[in-house]
Design a binder for this molecule. Structure first.
Ligand code: FO1
Length: 313
């Protein structure tokens, strides 16, 4: 039987596995469902950081060092904006800026975010289906010891420094799930689900905060696999471990298993954690090398995930 996978992804870590998956599947065999809780309006432009990170990574034009933005970027527009006295804490490169200008233009013309994403990704030569988790805004808001901050204020402006007290997803109760996703769910088309190694609290939970998506994951009989964003009690990249500390959760693969315990059948963990598998619900563990330092690693991990889902189906 042919596979049809739904892959839930945030930014950098999620995009790496998404790249591997895209190399092993046809566009009909996978849907990348991407967090848009980080989206915001900046300089009158609609910025969708995670959609862009996934899109750029799949197209091979991403900046591998930063993990976000476009490679071989120039920063002339940002320099000029600075001269005009505008706020430049959020760095927009010249090539990246074109994406935000075009997205904003197409949204103003009345296209839905999924249609805009399809338009932009096909201009980048992509055939794979990248979908926003919602057509309507769902905003990740973070209550911290320094007040309530939007995701980008917390992540970029304050460099994840404030202590997190609570995370909310504004608009999730009225989120408009893309019609094409609703149809695939209704028609029982998916054979497996992958939760990519993105930050569970800031990148995956916004997707799961949408009732139709969470209910689908809770009620479906198809296998659900997650890849741990934690190796050896630390984040692979980004603030996952710091946030877990602040939430009084020990950063470990067991905490990740517990976080997803209602949803997943299997958690893929790193060799370094092979002796740390606690018995949590009915979750199994699969041990592999999950640190993706190059494209070969991304494809190799993707292969393990797809094969496991095939076995479990
Ligand atoms: N992340 C930063 O840490 N600093 C930035 O100045 C920055 C700019 C930026 C511009 C466009 C874009 O698509 C992403 C950008 N990011 C930046 C990443 C962004 O904050 C993402 O939301 C995170 O990587 C989380 O996935």
């Amino acid at each position: 039987m042919k596979q049809k996978i739904l892959a839930l992804c945030g930014g950098v870590g999620g995009a790496k596995l998404a790249y591997g998956l895209s190399q092993l599947t046809t566009p009909e065999e996978i849907v990348f469902l991407v967090n848009t809780g980080d989206d915001f309006i900046h300089l009158d432009l609609h910025i969708s950081p995670d959609l862009d990170t996934v899109m750029y990574t799949l197209a091979g034009v991403n900046d591998p060092k930063k993990g976000w933005g476009v490679k071989e970027e120039t920063w002339n527009a940002l320099g000029s904006l600075k001269k005009y006295g505008l706020d430049t804490w959020f760095q927009l490169g010249d090539k990246d800026l074109a994406t935000h200008i075009r997205r904003t233009q197409l949204l103003k013309e009345g296209l839905k975010l999924s249609e805009v994403t399809r338009n932009l990704s096909s201009q980048l030569g992509l055939k794979h289906n990248i979908l926003p988790m919602s057509e309507s805004p769902v905003q990740t808001m973070i209550q911290t010891d320094q007040g309530k901050l939007s995701f980008q204020e917390y992540f970029v402006k304050h460099k994840c420094d404030p202590k997190i007290e609570k995370i909310e997803f504004l608009g999730s109760e009225v989120a408009e799930v893309p019609t094409s996703l609703e149809e695939l769910i209704k028609d029982d088309k998916f054979t497996g689900i992958i939760i990519c190694p993105s930050n569970p609290y800031l990148s995956v939970d916004p997707i799961l905060s949408i009732n139709k998506i969470r209910t689908f994951l809770l009620e479906t009989n198809i296998p659900i696999l997650a890849v741990s964003p934690i190796i050896d009690n630390d984040s692979i990249k980004g603030p996952t471990a710091k946030i877990m500390d602040e939430m009084k959760v020990e950063p470990s693969v067991n905490a990740i298993a517990a976080h997803y315990s209602e949803l997943i059948n299997i958690l893929v963990i790193d060799q370094k954690d092979k002796d740390n598998q606690a018995n949590i619900g009915s979750i199994d563990y699969l041990v592999d090398s999950i640190y993706m330092k190059n494209n070969e690693d991304k494809v190799s991990l993707a292969k393990v995930c797809l094969e496991e889902l095939r076995k479990l189906a």
